[in-house]
Design a protein around this ligand. Structure first.
Ligand code: ATP
Ligand code: MG
Length: 394
């Protein structure tokens, strides 16, 4: 019976002297994720791998589901632990496990053996040959193929023996927390949750900021953003969500500035505010869901005009994605259905019929001079009076 999981990681294996930092972070992320599973688990690292061992009853599907949400994991293998290491006993357990995993469909296989216990009486090549012939003798549906095996059979002799035949792909990437912290501008749309997911996959710890404009935007629109944060928190871990009231600022811009420049000027104010909160929260960068050419505010000139107010890097991981590609990812991570709920966004309420598509930065700067001194107060107030929510995975 499966009592353990072997976790193989890919990229963090090549980090030289700092490797332990990545391994320890991965162990912690796995431990945190398993806290929400039924049962008790011991998580240990050993020679470039991580083992999860269940101390008692557990639900295998639930554990697999949990582990496929932890960045840094390349493969997950459900393992049978064999206490009595006599070779016959290992073979019996192995075949029982193979029957359970593979059923009676015909399959081809190759045995891979690893012997960390150097006192074990058999060497690896001998283990492969003997285990292989035991399998053939006991499983009429099995056939050896050493070149292109359908099933890779692993026998590892350590303090105990470990046998496994199944390997499920993990999400890849790097453990969250190994690449510092970043502030995601999270709207209710399709793109920004995907952007946050992608950066977290590279090990970045995410916080998020959402701008709303009550009463022009509803409580439902806000709830949708909280829901999106919760969905991506399944991957990113808990997210602190900063909800900023943008109404006063938007109305002031609407009143004073040329209407075809509204979106750009509003976006510049969003960036300024996001950056301020990011600084307070020790975030080193901003993340947006912008994609070149998608809308008027995402032409090269518009992106330049928004980026001009930022002094920290702005990451736009979906910048070169087609909408279809972003949607595909949104479906995969489970945000799409929520993103397409039809609630108004604060940007869409005040948009002009014909927004500028090639804003010149100096012209935008001049238009911003039309705003009164009160705008700085309004920005400060919006930041000071923001609502902060701790969003946790379910
Ligand atoms: P999305 O689908 O992510 O909402 P979009 O296609 O609607 O993107 P825009 O509305 O131009 O594009 O927004 C571009 C980016 O600006 C968003 O991906 C997001 O990062 C940020 N953004 C836009 N509106 C808001 C908002 N109300 N609160 C926080 N961030 C926002
Ligand atoms: Mg949007």
């Amino acid at each position: 019976m499966v009592q353990a999981f072997l976790i193989k990681y890919a990229e963090i294996g090549i980090k030289g002297k700092n490797r332990y930092i990545f391994e320890n972070a991965l162990v912690r992320r796995v431990q945190e994720r398993l806290l929400r599973c039924e049962g008790e688990f011991i998580v240990e690292k050993e020679q470039g791998r991580i083992y999860v061992e269940a101390a008692g009853e557990f639900d295998r599907d639930e554990v697999m589901e949990a582990l496929t949400h932890v960045f840094g994991i390349a493969h997950i293998c459900p393992v049978v632990l064999v206490e009595d290491k006599s070779f016959d006993h290992i073979c019996e357990e192995l075949v029982a496990h193979m029957r359970e995993e593979l059923g009676d469909k015909p399959f081809t296989f190759k045995v891979f053996a690893k012997r960390s216990d150097k006192n074990y009486p058999m060497k690896s090549p001998e283990i492969c040959v003997e285990a292989g012939s035991y399998i053939i003798d006991h499983m009429p549906n099995a056939k050896v193929d050493v070149h292109r095996p359908g099933v890779e059979v692993y026998v590892e002799i350590r303090a105990r023996a470990y046998v496994y035949v199944t390997s499920i792909k993990g999400p890849g990437g790097m453990p969250v927390g190994t690449s510092d912290r970043s502030m995601l501008l999270l709207s209710g749309g399709i793109d920004s949750p995907v952007a946050g997911y992608m950066m977290a996959k590279r090990g970045v710890r995410i916080e998020a900021v959402y701008f709303h404009a009550p009463p022009y935007t509803s409580e439902r629109a806000k709830q949708k953003v909280v829901d999106l944060a919760r969905i991506i928190s399944e991957y990113t871990g808990p997210i602190q969500l900063h909800i900023v009231n943008f109404t006063e600022i938007q109305l002031h811009i609407y009143e004073k500035c040329p209407h075809d420049e509204l979106t750009i000027i509003m976006r510049r104010y969003m960036m300024r505010i996001a950056q301020k909160i990011a600084g307070e929260r020790h975030c080193l960068s901003l993340i947006t869901g912008e994609s070149v050419g998608q809308v008027a505010s995402q032409t090269m000139q518009s992106l330049a005009a928004t980026a001009a107010v930022c002094n920290m890097p702005v990451f736009r991981p979906v910048i070169a994605f087609d909408k279809n590609e972003i949607i595909e990812l949104a479906e995969k991570i489970g945000t799409f259905e929520t993103s397409i709920q039809p609630f108004e966004d604060c940007c869409t309420i005040f948009v002009a019929k014909h927004p500028v598509t090639k804003p010149a930065i100096d012209k935008i700067e001049n238009s911003e001079k039309l705003l009164t001194d009160q705008i700085d107060e309004m920005v400060k107030k919006a930041i000071d009076q923001r609502e902060v929510l701790d969003v946790h995975p379910e």
